[in-house]
Design a protein around this ligand. Structure first.
Ligand code: NCD
Length: 326
């Protein structure tokens, strides 16, 4: 693993598989009476959030605490960040506090890259979502969830699995990171959206695209629904909510056209009744709640590997080796 995790493209297939295997070990901790490991004792992880977040921030906090790190939560509201302090000054402050890892969410695409590459700090930087650009740990937790459902048993791989990512691809950092990581892991991705919600240049993403959800669903092994990100929209991208739901929403009727093994995912927050109906979100096929718990295990694995862990995290005869050799 490299020192930073800024993009899903930073991960080779071997890196990604190492994260998934380490996450599997971390997940087994949840079944132990004491859910804590000493692996990052004495290390400091700072959560630097310039944008609202529930799941991701709590998930990183839980992950760092389960590895016994000291955690500092730093959010834009109520700090000098809201007074216009620059990213550089914030970074120098964190450096002075001895942060070993900085988990950053920012409304500006590229902010974590600036933090990592401007030479202001020696910490590892983890991108927890930058603008409409990337969200690599979400892609890892999504891949981990798919892997647990579809790749257990022979081969342990997502090779040839078909993943449909549906909705507001244009504004979604989740879609971009998933497309990159899933290609690395050998899956086939189809982006399904109205023409107005597909990014310019999507031809270069090495994925299929479709405007027709009904045609894609019966072939998919995974259906990942995306939220319509109104807060990032400065124009009207579809006629009405009703029209959007009718063409691109997942409801019970559409769900009945899926194969028996197909799972339904959503990164959250969901808008029930818009991109997904309540009966689908709460159905047996939905792994949405599991995605959240898998997020903690995956973020534990990422923090552990970035901060130098190279042996089996749980101290057994290690099969999670190689964490510091790439
Ligand atoms: C996503 C995000 O923030 O990019 N959510 C998340 O991290 N769980 C998707 C979204 O906001 O719709």
């Amino acid at each position: 693993m490299r020192r930073h995790l800024l993009s899903a493209a930073d991960l080779t297939r071997a890196d990604a598989e190492l994260v998934l295997e380490t996450a599997e070990e971390m997940r087994s901790l949840a079944d132990r009476p004491i859910k804590k490991l000493p692996a990052l004792r004495g290390r400091t992880v700072v959560n630097l959030f310039f944008e609202d977040s529930t799941r991701t921030r709590i998930s990183f906090e839980a992950a760092a605490k389960r590895l016994s790190a000291d955690v500092i939560n730093f959010s834009a509201k109520g700090s000098s960040l809201s007074k216009g302090e620059s990213l550089k000054d914030t970074s120098l402050t964190l450096e002075a506090m001895g942060a070993d890892a900085v988990v950053v969410r920012h409304w500006a695409s590229g902010a974590p890259h600036l933090l990592a590459n401007a030479g202001w700090s020696r910490s590892s930087v983890v991108n927890a979502g930058d603008g409409t650009h990337e969200h690599p740990t979400q892609a890892l937790l999504d891949a981990f969830t798919m892997w647990r459902h579809l790749a257990s048993g022979t081969g342990q791989s997502l090779d040839g699995r078909r993943v449909a990512i549906v909705g507001d691809v244009l504004h979604s950092r989740v879609a971009r990171s998933n497309a990159l990581l899933l290609k690395t892991l050998g899956a086939e991705v189809t982006l399904v959206a109205p023409p107005t919600l597909l990014p310019v240049g999507v031809e270069g993403w090495d994925v299929e695209t479709s405007y027709d959800l009904d045609a894609v669903l019966p072939k998919a092994d995974v259906v990942m629904m995306l939220r319509v990100q109104r807060e990032r929209m400065n124009a009207s991208f579809f006629p009405t909510v009703r029209e959007y739901s009718r063409r691109y929403g997942l409801d019970g009727r559409r769900m009945s056209t899926l194969q028996d093994h197909t799972i339904v995912m959503h990164p959250g927050p969901m808008i029930r009744g818009m991109e997904i109906t309540a009966d689908v979100a709460d159905s047996d096929r939905s792994v949405i709640v599991e995605q959240v718990s898998n997020g903690v295990a995956v973020r534990m694995a990422v923090l552990y590997l970035l901060l130098g862990g190279s042996e089996s995290a749980l101290g057994g005869p290690g099969d999670a080796s190689g964490g510091d050799d790439q």
